[in-house]
Design a protein around this ligand. Structure first.
Ligand code: BGC
Length: 721
């Protein structure tokens, strides 16, 4: 990349919280045919030429495993150039230098916080006469303090509109590696939707709160007419408490505060170098009377293409579908995160692994995940251990099963949904190393025993006071060990590698597992045994699971580990009715309970807000945690009935096997696959069920116990009740 011809530059003195702006003034001597800017920073940046913003990326350069990889953005800036030019780049702390994770004090965090701010850029001007000129970062660049007085991921942003940068100082060279520079790999983060304020609320506590009616990740833009020095300040929240008051204790140490000091006249502003997860803002300072038109929430996320849609005869189910989509939008900012609001916002591997199948249906997430998986491989430790979060901001922390298994599950899923082996090629070594890591640390050969694990995180069968469900940790770890080893075998075979050792390992794990765990004690244990092919008699185990679910009052008892698969196991073994009962359950615990409580995203806990309006907890209560949104992959595959088998990844051949349920009347799914658009509808009518299928590929139709191959095109089927 040409950018490496530039040099890293930085400020010549510590600016404290104030974000510096770098500038380069230059003359374009001749008529420009084309001008391209390559740029990246240590932090996040906003770049302008002659006062106009360059490109529409926000929070660039995005978030990667910065010690190994830093994305460079390239922009065509031809249209912005004049004869005299002023190129400016404002640099905020971003993910690079924010105190992440909020709750943790560690040597690695101290190291990261001491890192400098830095800029590297390269501008190539091509003139009409065929000559080139280049401008690159060096000591001729200058820096000054920008109007951004503070910007950070958790605490927010402060901006003083009265400030015009002055006292320009020469920039200083910075000794920082250039071999970490890579071209933009992920989807650019962009502003994707503007959500108008829905209501201004005067709360019982006497506060003024703006409600946007939808939880979004991004920031609030406001417009007002003000006097110089007027101050605006607001913080963010996801929910109101049971009395209707602003509530943000669940942000924990994250202040999530936006502050702005006005200049004279009409002005519009939004934070530029950070983001918030919120539905409400509380106006702490606002000159005069706020009007509803003064506020707009701007949703910001990795700009993936939407590919999946679900719609049904149930308004509550439709709200759930919408919540799942918003959950993905709110948590896919270059990295799949657990939540966008509290002092985490981290790339938790377990959460990503749980949700990836749904994510890949709703959006074209191939590029997004391939980039993140490169980060995972880059941060994977010598031993093959995979951190709890990627980028690995907790290198001191242990791996956990079902979290580290993101190393194998995610590449396999990307390959399955999109059908391109390249992801397996890229990740194969990482996949293999993860399995080797387990082999090297387990206390019992062919099982994974005796290690730290998150267990069936947030399992509903957890003992009082614990976040971990009752499923045995060695059971979960060994089941995922088997699954990961199996995925290495499957991926290796596709790539033509010798995986005989992993084949042997996989069958040894299955044998050892069956011996060590002859009985299944929890819902999750049944689910894993069937889903990972470990149970000797899968039908019998699924039947036992169904019985258990009924005995439990048609209630989930599963956590992060069991929940994504339980519906699949039930409906694949002829308990679709029961699966539907779980999905349609309106009482806690159930997917529709939060909907009845007004949720607009997926909650971390089924009962984040209790029946009486009180909260599940103060500190672990996110209202935008996508994991349980994983139900959508079941709706596509089992409920609407559009899936493919492993031999035909990317939907090159379709299997149509719907599981209708009279309680919702009708269900429609549309999926844009690599081979075209699939659309499927079933609908109860007076004397039967009508099925409509549009398929771009050869399809095996399984209806009413019959098998039938159909050609690409439109098909209507009918079954009598
Ligand atoms: C996160 C989870 C994550 C977990 C690890 C939590 O604090 O928000 O979603 O997977 O820690 O168990």
């Amino acid at each position: 990349m040409e950018i490496t011809a530039g040099r890293w530059i930085t400020v010549s003195r510590d600016t404290g919280d104030v974000c510096p702006v770098f500038r380069k003034c230059f003359k374009a001597g001749k008529q420009i045919e084309k001008a391209e800017l390559q740029v990246t920073v240590l932090g996040v940046y906003e770049a302008c030429i002659n006062g106009s913003r360059i490109g529409d990326d926000v929070l660039a350069p995005g978030w990667t495993s910065y010690d190994h990889r830093l994305q460079v953005q390239s922009y065509d800036v031809t249209a912005l150039l004049k004869e005299e030019n002023d190129l400016r780049v404002t640099v905020g702390r971003g993910w690079f230098r924010s105190p992440m994770p909020g709750w943790l004090q560690s040597d690695d965090k101290k190291r990261r916080l001491k890192q400098p701010c830095g800029l590297i850029a390269y501008l190539r001007l091509r003139y009409h006469d065929g000559t080139d000129e280049t401008i690159r970062t060096d000591e001729s660049w200058q820096w000054a303090e920008s109007p951004v007085l503070f910007s950070e991921i958790y605490d927010g942003e402060r901006y003083d509109a009265r400030i015009t940068p002055e006292n320009w100082q020469p920039a200083k060279f910075l000794d920082w590696p250039k071999d970490i520079l890579i071209p933009q790999e992920g989807e650019a983060i962009r502003e994707t939707e503007r959500v108008a304020a829905a209501e201004i609320i005067h709360t019982p506590a006497g506060e003024t709160v703006v409600d946007f009616g939808q939880e979004v990740t991004g920031y609030v833009e406001f417009t007002l007419d003000a006097k110089e020095g007027d101050t605006i300040s607001f913080d963010h929240a996801e929910v109101l408490d049971r009395d209707g008051n602003f509530y943000n204790e669940n942000y924990r140490s994250a202040k999530a505060l936006a502050e702005y000091i006005c200049r004279n006249g009409k002005q519009t502003w939004h934070p530029r170098l950070t983001f918030f997860g919120f539905r409400y803002i509380r106006l702490l300072k606002w000159p005069g009377q706020p009007g509803i038109k003064d506020f707009t929430a701007i949703a910001v996320h990795s700009d993936m293409k939407r590919t999946g849609w679900l719609k049904s005869g149930s308004a509550e189910l439709n709200r759930l579908f919408s919540n799942i989509v918003w959950g993905q939008r709110g948590n896919f900012l270059d990295v799949p995160t657990d939540c966008p609001q509290r002092d985490e916002r981290l790339g938790w591997t377990g959460d990503a692994q749980v949700f990836i199948r749904t994510a890949c249906y709703l959006y074209d997430a191939e590029r997004f995940f391939r980039k993140w998986l490169h980060d995972l491989a880059a941060d994977q430790r010598e031993s093959g251990e995979v951190g709890q979060v990627i980028p690995d901001l907790m290198p001191e922390g242990d791996s956990s099963s079902a979290w580290g298994d993101a190393a194998t599950i995610c590449p396999w899923q990307v390959y399955q949904t999109y059908g391109d082996k390249a992801v397996l090629e890229d990740q194969f070594d990482s996949m293999r190393k993860w399995v080797d890591f387990i082999t090297s640390v387990t206390r019992t050969p062919d099982l994974w025993t005796g290690h730290f694990h998150f267990g069936d995180w947030l399992g509903l069968d957890a003992p009082e006071g614990s976040y971990k469900g009752s499923t045995r940790e060695d059971f979960i770890a060994s089941a995922f060990y088997a699954h990961s080893a199996h995925l290495v075998v499957k991926a290796g075979k596709l790539l033509g590698r010798d995986v005989s050792a992993y084949e042997k390992l996989h069958s040894a794990i299955v044998t050892a597992f069956r011996k060590a765990f002859p009985d299944y004690r929890t819902q999750t244990e049944h689910v894993l045994a069937v889903h990972f092919g470990l149970a000797e008699d899968k039908q019998k185990t699924a039947d036992a699971l169904a019985e258990m679910v009924i005995k439990d009052g048609v209630r989930l008892r599963t956590g992060f580990v069991g929940t994504p698969y339980i519906l699949h196991v039930l409906s694949e073994y002829s308990h679709a009715d029961l699966a539907w009962s779980l999905v349609l359950r309106r009482e806690y615990p159930g997917w529709l309970y939060p909907v009845t409580k007004g949720a607009t995203t997926i909650w971390e806990h089924w009962d984040g807000i209790h029946e009486d309006g009180s909260f599940w907890s103060r500190d672990m209560n996110s209202f935008n945690h996508y994991s349980y949104g994983a139900v959508a992959d079941w709706v596509f595959e089992q409920a609407a009935g559009i899936r493919h088998d492993e031999e035909h990844p990317g939907f090159s051949v379709l299997i149509y096997d719907p599981h209708p349920d009279t309680r919702l009347g009708w269900l429609q799914a549309r999926l844009d696959t690599r081979h075209g658009t699939v659309s499927a509808l079933w609908m109860y009518q007076d004397n039967g069920i009508r099925y409509e299928l549009d398929t771009p590929v050869r399809t095996l139709v399984l209806l009413g116990g019959e098998e039938q191959w159909v050609a690409p095109g439109r098909h209507i089927f009918w079954t009598a009740r």
